[in-house]
Design a protein around this ligand. Structure first.
Ligand code: UDP
Ligand code: MG
Length: 316
């Protein structure tokens, strides 16, 4: 099969028939063999019923329905697990992404040998409250991930080589950083395509402004797990030792200063009268705690079932 289209959705009943018809038309025009996988993320409207009807009319349409609303990432992950096409394309269900982009996305994977092609909604039809923070968010994501050629990490319209989706795990809210997940898994041929974006026709957006706070927290997590996930002591140990040593030197300076003054008969004060004494103590305590956190991290890693799991590219 050439293409699997994976579509996560939550309460999008009005859009589904139009979207399915549009994808079918594009696939027919370009003679692709395909499947459409709708992942119903616990919708409370008639979405699932609509998917049943669509599937009855076209055997290439499949669906999975969650018992409750888990989120876009779990929906994508579930779709990825069953996608059988050579190229896997994800798109939002709300008709904001255009299926007309599919043929070129497909070619950019198959012809150009990319692992992942991410859409770029260069001209967006979203409110300003969303587009401005998004710019900032993408600039940070570029810097932290080291993927400098992407302008729009969180675009719902993306294409993957099948192998890629089978080797990444999208969980929590990590769908915002799939290119970063792919890069951490060793798939670094990541390209971008400017795609059309349309205003939402039916329904409402499912994400509020908390997306930006959570987005940044998730970015910090990915940075940490990508770099130190297998060796937490390298992070906590360095930080902890540095703090401890600086604190120790400072507390010794305070103590020796007092002894020096005593010895020479100068006026002196109690060490506990110096704010530096308390600052240094705090640093030593925090340093020790960070160091111990490193040990605990190492114990956890030692017990993790995939501590010695590596993605092997080829064997001869
Ligand atoms: N979505 C989902 N589960 C959720 C929230 C959203 O499957 O818990 C789907 C939603 O139905 C849509 C896509 O994720 O197909 C993108 O959501 P939305 O259009 O609300 O996001 P926006 O375009 O506003 O960023
Ligand atoms: Mg949308």
């Amino acid at each position: 099969m050439d293409i699997s289209v994976v579509i996560p959705l939550f309460n999008e009943e009005e859009s589904l028939p139009e979207l399915a018809a549009w994808i079918e038309r594009v696939m027919k025009e370009h003679d692709f063999s395909y499947e459409i996988i709708f992942v119903d993320d616990g919708s409370t409207d008639n979405s699932w019923k609509t998917i049943h009807e669509l599937s009855a009319a076209n055997p290439a349409i499949h669906g999975v329905s969650f018992r409750r609303n888990y989120g876009k990432s779990p929906a994508l992950n579930t779709g990825f697990a069953i996608a059988g096409g050579d190229v896997v394309i994800t798109m939002d269900a709300d008709l904001q992404d255009s299926p007309d982009e599919i043929p070129e996305l497909y070619r950019m994977i198959v012809r150009d040998g990319n692992d992942l092609v991410s859409g770029w909604k260069k001209k967006r039809y979203d409110p300003l409250s969303k587009t401005i923070p998004t710019k900032l968010f993408n600039a940070t994501a570029r810097k932290v991930s080291g993927i400098h050629n992407l302008h729009d990490f969180n675009c719902g319209l993306k294409a993957y080589r099948n192998e890629v989706v089978k080797h990444i795990e999208v969980y929590g809210d990590m769908h915002r950083y799939i290119p970063y997940l792919a890069k951490n898994a060793g798939f670094d041929r990541i390209a971008e395509k400017v795609v059309q974006h349309r205003a939402r026709k039916y329904g409402v957006t499912k994400f509020g402004l908390d997306r930006f706070v959570n987005g940044y927290l998730d970015l910090a997590t990915l940075w940490f797990t990508g770099r130190f996930g297998a060796k937490p002591m390298h992070f906590f140990g360095l930080l902890g030792s540095l703090m401890f040593v600086v604190g120790l030197i400072a507390v010794m300076a305070v103590g020796f200063g007092k002894l020096y003054n005593m010895y020479h008969g100068n006026p002196y004060t109690l060490v506990t009268d110096s704010p530096y004494f308390f600052l240094s103590l705090t640093m030593m305590i925090l340093g020790t705690m960070l160091f111990l956190t490193g040990f605990i991290g190492e114990l956890i890693v030692r017990n993790s079932p995939d501590r010695n799991h590596y993605e092997i590219k080829e064997k001869i």
